[in-house]
Design a protein around this ligand. Structure first.
Ligand SMILES: *[C@@H]1O[C@H](CO)[C@@H](O)[C@H](O)[C@H]1NC(C)=O
Ligand SMILES: *[C@@H]1O[C@H](CO)[C@@H](O)[C@H](O)[C@H]1NC(C)=O
Length: 464
């Protein structure tokens, strides 16, 4: 009886539309689905507070696209969404909540494409006016591996090589700015995606950088390294005020002269994705014309693990971590070594374009370099893959070559000598045999010769 009453109660609530329990949507694999306001397309009622909790596996991401949207308009006095609104909360991989702006009215909001695997959509209404149809949103769960780099825009069509991505299984690579080393295109945004295996991280080293004469000219051209899982802001009005990027981004302007201290021209990702972005407005300054190597060159390396990592983001730390050792089994462990900093250069103090991945260790302090663990095929491949200042992966290659060639040379000499000795023996034996034969021949020949001579003369004579 009670159950029956409950069902009736639920039906009454559903018809009224005010019944709105939290909906948990979980898909471990790529999938699509739809979430709607209660009773859609029948106008929604009030009061309502609905939450759609959408989650997926960490190897996937969630995207939302709005297909229908009809909510009460903004309050005319306050110009805010008060009567009804939709709120999208994106929870990033660090557990931080990114609360979007309140959405209302009837303009279709732009899609929300995140790199995260957890989202909450909240629908709140107090509007007693039952004439708005509500919303219909399609959610998509996609595999992280299927997400490509953001689109690139090339301002000058005669250039090429603006943007791209690494290939699956790639362990190391090089990125050059379009037109390198002569010039770079203006009015362009080039995005390169570096993606490695889920267990790996990415170490980026700037080999060369020359974008502008001074570090203050970030507007002219800048190079940015962006965490591939960073949650970029979204919003109706292109509102990009909120900044959540402090530690996940490194920005480089001007030239490498401003990043002279060790570690400043490099970046170690926190996960397996990174976007390298070149943004330009103008081309190179006229004062740069004729200078060699304009633009940038980057080398990236898939990092299997880090030895001596003491947790957190502090990559420049000593000590040996047992887990790191295990992860580095059968791989090459860079030697690391010490890095000593005398004093912080002026470029640290510059407000704009400050590279944020700097590890400051105060004045005149030494620290251990990060000991990267890299795939053994990267050793002696002609590219230095360990951290800045650590050349251990390419260090003993020359002597190794020498050892190989020496060993090869030695075996060659031995082989030659063997051949010579053999030949000599053979020749000696043959000469002996020939000698014996000759001696025999001369002994027999004494008689034969006379006969032959006679016969020949007798044969010739008749022709005369
Ligand atoms: C949403 O789902 C996640 C994962 O199942 C859970 O941890 C979280 O508490 C849920 N949120 C709400 C509001 O229920
Ligand atoms: C830059 O490119 C945009 C389109 O990508 C174009 O609308 C704009 O006019 C260009 N600006 C300059 C200065 O070339």
């Amino acid at each position: 009886m009670i159950e029956y009453l409950l069902v009736v109660f639920h039906i009454i609530l559903l018809v009224h539309g005010s019944y709105c329990p939290i909906q948990h949507i979980h898909s471990g694999t790529p999938a699509t689905g739809v979430i709607k306001s209660p009773g859609h397309p029948t106008p929604y009622s009030a009061p309502l507070d609905c939450v759609f909790n959408i989650t997926t596996a960490a190897s996937n991401v969630i995207q939302l696209s709005f297909s229908e949207f009809d909510l009460a308009p903004k309050n005319q006095l306050s110009d805010q969404c008060l009567d009804s609104y939709l709120l999208v909360v994106v929870v990033d991989r660090h557990g931080r909540q990114h609360v979007g702006e309140r959405l209302c009215g009837n303009t279709l909001p732009s899609p929300i494409n995140t790199m995260q695997s957890w989202m909450q959509v909240q629908f709140v209404t107090t509007s007693t006016n039952r004439k708005y149809k509500g919303f219909k949103i399609q959610y998509r769960v996609l595999s992280e591996a299927a997400i490509q780099e953001p689109t690139s825009v090339l301002g000058e069509p005669m250039f090429s090589g603006c943007g791209g991505h690494s290939t699956p299984g790639q362990l190391s690579g090089e990125i050059l700015s379009p037109g390198y080393p002569n010039t770079y295109p203006k009015n362009s945004t080039c995005n390169w995606l570096i993606r490695v295996e889920a267990r790996q991280r990415i170490y980026i080293r700037i080999v060369h950088l020359h974008l502008a004469p001074t570090i203050a000219e970030c507007e002219r051209a800048s190079l940015t390294i962006i965490d591939g899982y960073k949650h970029e802001n979204y919003g109706n009005n292109g509102d990009r005020k909120e900044s959540t990027s402090e530690t996940s981004e490194a920005k480089f302007c001007g030239s490498q002269l401003y990043y002279s201290e060790e570690g400043m021209k490099s970046y170690l990702s926190s996960a397996n994705r990174i976007v390298v972005r070149l943004v330009t407005q103008e081309g190179p300054a006229t004062s740069m014309i004729g200078e060699e190597r304009i633009g940038f060159k980057i080398v990236w390396t898939a990092v299997e693990g880090l030895i001596g990592e003491t947790g957190g983001d502090d990559a420049l730390n000593g000590g040996v971590n047992g887990n790191g050792q295990v992860a580095c089994k059968d791989q090459f462990v860079c030697h690391g070594g010490q890095v000593c900093v005398e004093q912080l250069s002026n470029s640290y103090q510059l407000e704009k374009c400050k590279p944020v991945n700097l590890k400051q260790f105060g004045h005149g302090i030494c620290a251990s370099r990060s000991r990267l663990c890299i795939h053994s095929s990267l050793v002696c491949d002609g590219v230095h893959n360990c951290v800045e200042g650590d050349f251990s992966d390419e260090q003993h290659c020359y002597s190794r070559e020498i050892i190989t060639s020496a060993a090869l040379g030695f075996s060659l000499i031995v082989l030659t000598m063997l051949v010579l000795v053999c030949c000599d023996q053979f020749r000696k034996r043959r000469r002996l045999r020939v000698l014996i034969r000759e001696r025999r021949a001369t002994e027999n020949g004494k008689c034969n010769n006379n006969n032959n001579n006679n016969s020949s003369t007798t044969r010739i004579q008749p022709n005369r």
